[in-house]
Ligand binder design. Structure first.
Ligand SMILES: [Zn+2]
Length: 319
C-alpha cells in the first residue's frame, strides 16, 4: 500500500475493505497521467491474489510478488498500445477468457489501462460480463476521462479517484528520488506538476535528457507557433553540422514519442505527451518527414544554413 503515496482517505477505505474481505469485482481508477493509476491497480490486484491471512496485500507472498513484478498469469492487461482504441475484438477475447478458471491465483483480474478508449460496442461487450461475472473474476478500469464510460458501466464500478499530493509530500518524495537536485530546482518542477508525482518525475528526467532547443521545439510545435519555430531555427543556421544532426535526431525521437502517445502509450517525455495531446498524428508525421529530410541533407554535406532555411519552409508549409 505504501507504493501509492498520499491519497490517505482512499487507502484507508481500501484497507478496511481488504480486512473485511469486501472487495468489489469492478473498480474504476480515475486520475490524470502521472497520478498513480497503475500503482493503485497493482496494489488492488495484489490484495486480491494475496494468500496472507491478514494485512493484505502483504507484498511478500509468492502471489503478491508475481503481481507486483507484472508476471502473474491471472492478471491480464486488455489493451493493444499500437491501436488508437481498445477494440471490441479485444474485449470479446477477454470475455471468452473470463470463463476459463484462474491458472494459479485466487482470482482472474482484467486490467484495462485505457478504459475510456473503448468505443460503445467494446464497452457494451464489457458490460455483459461485468453484469454477471464468474465469482473469481475482477475488472480494473483505468482512465483519465471517466465521463467517457457508459453510465451503465460506471454504475457497476466502485470509483477510486486519485488525488494530487500535498507540496510537502511531493517534495519529500522528490528529494528521496533525486538527492543530487537542489531544493529550489525540485520546488520549481513541483510547481509545474499540479501535484502529480509521476508528472514531476517525468519533468525532472526530461531536464536531464532533452536539449533546451528540443523543449522549445516541443512548445512551439504543440502550440502551432510558427513565429516561435522561425525564431528557434534562425540561430541554428550558424551551428555546426555535427551539433545539428543529433539535435534534429532528438526532435525526430520526440515526434515519434508523440505518435506513440497518440497510439495510447505512455510517453517517456512530458513534452511528447503535450504534443500528442494537442496535435494530430498526420501533423506529427509530416513534421517527422521534414526533419528526416533535413537530417539526410546535412549528412549529404548541404550547409546547416541552407538546411535550416529549408526546414523552416517545410514546417511552415506543413501547418
Ligand atoms: Zn501477499
Amino acid at each position: 500500500m505504501e507504493a501509492l503515496l498520499g491519497n490517505e482517505r482512499l487507502k484507508k477505505g481500501l484497507a478496511a475493505a481488504f480486512a473485511a474481505d469486501r472487495l468489489s469485482h469492478c473498480y474504476l481508477i480515475a486520475g490524470p497521467a502521472g497520478s498513480g493509476k497503475r500503482s493503485l491497480a497493482r496494489i488492488l490486484a495484489a490484495a486480491m491474489e494475496c494468500t496472507a491471512g491478514s494485512g493484505r496485500p502483504c507484498g511478500v507472498c509468492l502471489q503478491c510478488r508475481k503481481v507486483l513484478d507484472n508476471v502473474h498469469p491471472d492478471v491480464i492487461t486488455v489493451d493493444d498500445p499500437t491501436k488508437k482504441t481498445v477494440t471490441v475484438d479485444l474485449v470479446r477475447k477477454a470475455r471468452a477468457d473470463v470463463y476459463i478458471k484462474p491458472n494459479e491465483g485466487l482470482r482472474k483480474i482484467y486490467v484495462f489501462p485505457r478504459a475510456a478508449e473503448m468505443n460503445a460496442a467494446a464497452q457494451n461487450a464489457l458490460l455483459k460480463v461485468i453484469e454477471e461475472p464468474p465469482d473469481y473474476a475482477a475488472f480494473l478500469l483505468l482512465t483519465e476521462a471517466a465521463e467517457r464510460l457508459l453510465p451503465t458501466i460506471r454504475s457497476r464500478a466502485v470509483p477510486l479517484q486519485l488525488a494530487p499530493l500535498s507540496e510537502a509530500e511531493g517534495l519529500s518524495e522528490l528529494a528521496k528520488r533525486f538527492p543530487d537536485r537542489s531544493r529550489d530546482a525540485l520546488a520549481e518542477v513541483w510547481s509545474r506538476s499540479e501535484g502529480w508525482l509521476g508528472r514531476a518525475v517525468q519533468l525532472l528526467g526530461e531536464g536531464e535528457s532533452l536539449a533546451p532547443e528540443t523543449r522549445s521545439f516541443a512548445d512551439c510545435f504543440a502550440r502551432r507557433d510558427k513565429l516561435g519555430l522561425t525564431e528557434l531555427l534562425v540561430p541554428l543556421e550558424r551551428r555546426k553540422r555535427e551539433e545539428l544532426i543529433p539535435l534534429l535526431n532528438q526532435w525526430v525521437e520526440l515526434l515519434s514519442g508523440a505518435l506513440a502517445v497518440r497510439a495510447g502509450q505512455t510517453g517517456r517525455w512530458e513534452a511528447a505527451e503535450r504534443i500528442g495531446r494537442s496535435r494530430t498524428s498526420a501533423a506529427c508525421l509530416r513534421a517527422l518527414e521534414s526533419l528526416r529530410r533535413a537530417t539526410a541533407l546535412l549528412q549529404g554535406n548541404i550547409s546547416p544554413g541552407a538546411v535550416c532555411g529549408a526546414l523552416q519552409v517545410w514546417l511552415d508549409r506543413n501547418e
